[in-house]
Design a protein around this ligand. Sequence first.
Ligand code: NAP
Length: 330
Amino acid sequence: MLATRLMAVGDIRTLEVPKPVPGPGDLLVQVEAAGICGTDRHLFRGEFPSSPGTTLGHEFSGIIVDGATAELPLGTRVTCDPNHWCGHCDQCRRGRVNLCTGNIATGLGRDGGFAEYCAFPAMRAHKLPDTLNALHGAFCEPLACTLHGMDMGAAKPGERILIIGGGVIGLLAVQLAHLAGGEVMLLTRNTSKQQLGKSLGADIAVGTDAQMRAHWPDGADLVVECAGVAATVTMAPGLARTGGRVVVLGVLPSGEQVNIEPFDLLFREVQMHFSFLNPFTHERAARLIAEEKIVVAPLVSRTISLHEAAGAIASPAPDGEVRAIIVPHR
Ligand code: NAP
């Protein structure tokens, strides 16, 4: 079968590899759709730890073709929660499974969904309806991560919620903030993403922090950083109101530092949180996608084949692109 593998930092290829054989407790799925995430590009550039020779792809869904169980029969459409915590380490025993030191994630530490077929632990599969658009299953994983961040932010109805960054994570956060009953502002530079944000639930969309302040001079009750660049992580606490909260979902390259003023955070008692992965949120994400309470169709910028995948991961996302989805069988 064809798979897109990261052979080494800076070397990604689509090549013929053996079809995986599911191990004990594994499912084999025929992959229907797999999203290219910013992390895949970080892995290619060596900005995130990788395992050479691994098939990438941690945002995917597919149809069970082997390893079926009574609960998950052949032909069931499932989304994969890529994070496979060990259950025994100190963090797992405290319930902090996203901080598991033994997590071997599908698409990072073991072969993932940029392939015709993928084997992964059945206990990490969540059902999706047959009637769902096959492309939409690829959004469960990013939504699960966004849910964890929004859970940390604990938005209340009527609060002012600023989402920074109009990529997939930001546009999912806009929708969750709207569902939570907030007054929602999206700050992102690209005007097409601003328009998309407004169509998905943002009351206001702006391109700069100065424009944000013109609307909300006292700041936001909750700021959710979803851009993952130093400039926006730096600006986020200053855009929170006194007594407000910040959640950082964006990932900066390891070692990168930002300039934050503790005095300001202390005197204004701004809480700052960092949200990592998707502990126990994948099932909720699958349900929100299945019930179309979260709209993902407009987030699909293009679909590509596995032959096009390596080039797409090795290049920056084109301006205005939200998500490229790999469709292995088309
Ligand atoms: P993305 O597609 O790169 O989106 C980020 C957006 O931020 C871009 O669309 C860009 O849009 C905007 N942006 C960049 N610089 C900006 C600036 N100076 N001011 C305002 N907006 C700016 O990435 P994504 O897939 O949505 O992911 C977002 C971040 O979350 C990434 O860092 C990713 O690694 C991270 N992430 C974290 C988790 C977690 O568990 N914490 C999970 C998944 C992803 P404009 O061009 O419109 O500005």
